[in-house]
Design a protein around this ligand. Structure first.
Ligand code: RET
Length: 274
């Protein structure tokens, strides 16, 4: 963030520090899971797990950088018993670069696992991916601006970014809705859940974005707001990337079973019996 960093209490500093650390570990674990879980899926669904693995890899790297940046931006002032800014900026650009890469990939993942009729996937992935990238790019100028007012810079860019977001939801709940109806009832339920998880987790980001407008005096950030933003985005990222990837895995696995692929997870070990 380019705005001045406030002094934080040890509890606020450590909460954000621990969330970042936990998220690096979660993304790394999710990466291993998605790579290993691919063998349980029919070959045509493996690509969606590869995309999940890519997403959490990119996120793990960025959280590592965000974590370092957080460590560099603050130092404990022993006599005050508080964390003071060192003067090094806390670089929030990592978060937006991460989203710019991963958010379109998350929409691609959903399109891939749906296995749309030939010729439809490419156009659908393009529409959703493009809207997702535009949404992130338009949010960034507001996020880094020091003016947090509703009718100021933050509010304006937030509004512009909401337009592609609404378009994305529209496509997801109208056009993709028709495709969901055509799947078996198990798969339709799972796909419906993935879409709901997407709606709730993605819907959380604009709410976190609005925290400075709602709870702090304009135009600078208060200690509580900066902690709330970082913790809020981090929880949403874990759910929207790792949690969502596991749901996509379940869909792919169910579809693999229905299409006659031996998913092998529950097969008895082969023993040399008499
Ligand atoms: C912004 C700016 C304010 C308006 C809107 C936003 C939406 C952000 C979203 C981000 C999703 C990120 C994900 C990351 C996980 O990999 C940019 C906060 C609508 C929806 C899913």
């Amino acid at each position: 963030m380019l705005q001045e960093l406030p002094t934080l209490s040890p509890a606020q500093y450590s909460l954000v520090y621990n969330m970042f650390s936990f998220t690096v570990a979660t993304m790394a674990a999710a990466f291993v899971f998605f790579v290993l879980a691919q063998k349980n899926l029919a070959p045509k669904y493996r690509i969606s797990m590869m995309v999940s693995a890519l997403v959490v890899f990119i996120a793990g790297y960025h959280y590592f950088r965000i974590f370092n940046s957080w460590e560099g931006a603050y130092a404990l002032n022993q006599s005050m018993g508080a964390y003071e800014p060192t003067g090094e900026p806390f670089n929030d650009a990592y978060r937006y670069v991460d989203w710019l890469l991963t958010v379109p990939l998350l929409t691609v993942e959903l399109v891939l696992v749906m296995d749309l009729p030939k010729g439809e996937s490419g156009w659908m992935a393009f529409k959703l991916g493009f809207a997702a990238a535009l949404m992130i790019a338009l949010g960034y100028p507001g996020e880094i601006s020091g003016d947090a007012s509703f009718f100021g810079t933050r509010g304006l860019w937030g509004f512009l970014s909401t337009l592609p977001f609404l378009y994305l939801l529209y496509v997801l709940f109208t056009e993709l809705g028709d495709t969901i109806q055509k799947q078996s009832s198990e798969v339709a339920t799972l796909l419906g859940n993935a879409r709901l998880l997407l709606l709730f987790t993605w819907g959380f980001y604009p709410l976190v974005y609005m925290v400075p407008m709602a709870f702090s005096g304009y135009p600078t950030e208060t200690p509580g707001t900066i902690a709330a933003i970082q913790v809020g985005y981090t929880i949403a990222d874990v759910l929207a990337k790792a949690g969502y990837g596991v749901l996509i895995y379940n869909i792919a696995r169910q579809k693999s079973i229905e299409e006659g692929f031996d998913v092998g997870e529950y097969s008895e070990p082969v023993t040399a019996s008499a």
